[in-house]
Ligand binder design. Sequence first.
Ligand code: G
Ligand code: G
Ligand code: MN
Length: 395
Amino acid sequence: MMDQRPRLIVVDDEPDICEFVAEVADIVGYRCVALADARDFETELKSAPALVVLDLMMPGYDGVELLRAMARTGSRAGVVLMSGFDARVLNTAEELAKALGLSVVGRFQKPIRLAELEALFQRQLGAATLARAPRREGPAVQRQDLARALTRNEFLLHYQPQLDIASGAVIGAEGLVRWQHPEWGLIFPDAFIGLAEKFGLIDELGSHVAERGISEFAELTRGWGPITLSVNVSAQSLRDLEMPDRLAALAQKYGVPPSSLLLEITESGLVGELARALDILARLRLKGMQLSIDDFGTGYSMMEQLRRVPANEIKIDRSFVHAQDHDEGARVVVQKTIEIGQRLGMRVLAEGVETPGQLEFLRAHGCDAAQGYLFSRPLPLPEFVAWCAQRRAAA
Ligand code: G
Ligand code: G
Ligand code: MN
């Protein structure tokens, strides 16, 4: 039988890297071709790979030539760039690839972390499978697909740990929804949240996610002491006046203190009917739940958000956390956000922390908490349980 798995090509002159990438790709579900020598690259491109992972700098050849070859042959593969050089080289290569009409889906500075690579491959695999799903006209996912998935209970949560920076203790987790489709495999939220909103199914999906999260979390953390569960709230659900009562009832049903629930709100939640959104936010707090401002710093007015949302936590957007390495502006935003948040009595959490350097910077500026691939990618429940157990045993 033909191997139906999407193909992935990795090109790197370091055999260890090739092997590492190939192993991760295989576990996630790709058929991988590893090339230590770039001469065979164009031949391999003919097999229409879904992903191409490229080292930018190889003896006698460079990644830029390979990018040109991809453009010349009209390749539609997602490109993942790797480099041992600093971030600026990657920036330039990424700009070039985009200018050539290629789609850059990831970039890595060596050393490459397993968690990051695995997360990227999984996400792309879901997208590749959806793109190839036998489809009618119209959007890849239709209302009936989502409605059926709700009745079949196909939405589940992956959990990503959140750590106290000073003590290293696990203080919470963010629950992130995934759709486990029986044929298409694991699908990430970018591919269906917007559609659920459009089809008017987002409130129902939100309730599903909340119930699943709260019940699993209650079971999991029994006897652990205080730990919080964060869930993302769609901007649209800030029009759903029943939401605070529904969440409070769920907390009660599963014996979870409402204060262990953190609802993550983004700025877009405040652009609709403001009075209604504020009514809902106020009542969530009055019922004992906590609020977190997600993606902080990316909105048009941070001050306005801080004034309006009775938040307990600010999550610094990962773009600022990453740019910290090479962008003074980003460093200032991070420092000032920590300062302002703490002055206003909020906890400040940095998201998307990927390197020890980023963590050190955050620690040096007194940031409270962190979340990111440096610690763990979002994990399926059993793996999250194992991760926490190991972490607690090591402490
Ligand atoms: O989980 P990922 O790893 O892919 O998340 C991508 C985006 O999807 C994030 O911006 C996150 O806020 C959003 N998201 C994840 N889970 C949920 C959810 O349960 N509800 C809503 N509305 N958005 C979610
Ligand atoms: O804030 P929001 O809910 O948008 O963020 C959640 C998203 O961030 C999810 O897609 C999750 O998989 C992703 N994510 C979590 N940790 C990291 C990280 O360290 N780096 C990057 N690039 N993404 C991360
Ligand atoms: Mn979030």
